[in-house]
Design a protein around this ligand. Structure first.
Ligand SMILES: Nc1ncnc2c1ncn2[C@@H]1O[C@H](COP(=O)(O)OP(=O)(O)OP(=O)(O)O)[C@@H](O)[C@H]1O
Ligand SMILES: [Mg+2]
Length: 404
């Protein structure tokens, strides 16, 4: 199986192996395709073939394995039957893993109710309320899109509409989640909102004003107010630069005077919970989670109002995912940030978003408050996406057990 690329390749099976190693078989796949792969692997397993499943996602392992070995720093810290490991985990790291899978935390009860095991967002969810203007003087949403549409020429040179009349609004201090399978147009919509891609039609409004006009007029504050966090921050860092230089350059671009940059860099690193000793390092020398913290610090250097996060935790280990989500929630609360948060992981979206857009083939299928959409979906496609989420088969430890 081609790991890395995440593409499912049937070749090893055709060769008739006695043993199959499935290394992160579903990691890069959206929920519907992942569910198909899981069904296929389960069918293969019923034959005489042995299988070693490697995954950072416990629900994937739980859905396939008879026994589970939990590894940390190159060592097996716990091993037992799947039931035993899930129901009666012994090692603190296993408990941490069980608690920190955002997807699993919601998946356990089919996306309902168990968010308590994750760091709660507290006030952040009330952001929109906190800033609600008196009735009658309602402010426009901080960001909105009206019927944005974008087509690209396909391989046959015929235009394909990849974003089709998408409208949404993001309220100040809240998170709008965007879910949808691979190729549904999420990243294209994000690039349009960021302003690096022009829509064929439709418009993006910042505080009710045309975003394009603001950018064109050279309004620096407006330009800085929307920042992006990518899945793979490495590709957006100059590999030769140290963390300190990456942040200093962002501060310089934001107009922070040279004399104030060193101090502000230290502050920013503190905000994303990185030690100042990380300044001398290059991104390649950092872990995935640390790199994402640097990316967040760099975005904050511009003093933004809106962060567009395109799959920001998808490449991270589950416990690191939870830390980054926690950090983002914390920063949102502290600075009243607004997030447009893209993820193919519905559990992550359910955890972090206040409202959600479900996209399919470039169009919005369904939108609304996240609990309404996830717990009482109105569209068949949303139900299909939700039902494709793997479930942990047994009850998982409660918050009390984890804290005890
Ligand atoms: N610059 C481009 N030229 C041609 N086609 C493009 C371009 N950018 C995106 N597309 C196509 O537009 C469609 C939507 O792509 P997009 O990256 O927005 O999807 P996505 O929902 O972000 O997917 P994923 O979950 O895999 O990141 C895809 O079919 C893609 O191949
Ligand atoms: Mg994308």
């Amino acid at each position: 199986m081609a790991s890395g690329s995440g593409r499912w390749s049937p070749r090893p099976i055709a060769a008739g192996p006695g043993f199959l190693i499935a290394d992160e078989p579903t990691t890069a796949l959206d929920a519907t395709v992942a569910a198909q792969v899981m069904r296929l692997l389960n069918r293969l397993k019923t034959g005489s073939m042995g299988m070693l499943v490697v995954s950072h996602d416990l629900s994937v392992v739980a859905g396939l394995a008879d026994r589970i070995a939990v590894m940390r720093d190159g060592e097996i810290v716990e091993e037992g039957s799947t039931r035993q490991v899930l129901e009666d985990p012994q090692h603190p790291y296993t408990l941490e893993l069980l608690a920190s899978i955002p997807s699993a935390a919601s998946r356990g009860t089919r996306l309902g109710g168990t968010r308590a095991v994750l760091p709660e967002r507290g006030e952040a969810r009330g952001g929109a309320l906190r800033d609600a203007p008196p009735p009658g003087t309602r402010k426009p949403p901080i960001l909105s899109a009206r019927n944005i549409t974008k087509a690209y020429p396909g391989p046959d040179r015929v235009d394909r509409t990849v974003v089709n009349s998408v409208s949404f609004s993001l309220e100040h201090g809240t998170t709008l989640g965007v879910v949808g399978e691979s190729g549904s147009g999420k990243s294209t919509a994000a690039r349009i909102v960021l302003g690096v891609e022009k829509p064929d039609s439709g418009e993006v409004l910042l505080h009710g004003a045309m975003w394009e006009d603001l950018r064109r007029s050279g309004n620096r504050t407006a330009r800085r107010s929307v920042q992006m966090i990518y899945q793979d921050p490495l590709s957006s860092f100059d590999p030769r630069h140290t963390v300190g230089r990456i942040i200093a350059e962002a501060l310089s671009a934001a107009g922070v005077p040279r004399t104030a940059r060193a101090e502000r860099t230290r502050e920013l690193l503190g905000l994303v919970r990185l030690g100042t000793d990380q300044q001398q390092r290059r991104p390649i020398e950092l872990s995935g989670g640390q790199r994402q913290r640097v990316a967040i610090a760099r975005a904050l250097a511009a003093d933004p109002e809106i962060l567009i996060c395109d799959e920001p935790v998808s490449a991270l280990d589950v416990s690191v995912q939870a830390q980054i989500l926690d950090l983002l929630a914390d920063l949102q609360q502290r600075f009243a940030l607004s997030y447009l948060f893209i993820s193919h992981d519905l559990g992550v979206i359910h955890h972090i978003a206040d409202t959600v857009l479900v996209m399919k083939d470039g169009a919005v299928v369904e939108s609304g408050p996240v609990d309404r959409v996830f717990l009482r979906p109105e569209q068949a496609y949303t139900r299909e996406l939700l039902s494709a989420i793997p479930q942990l088969p047994t009850p998982r430890p409660s918050k009390e057990q984890i804290l005890s």
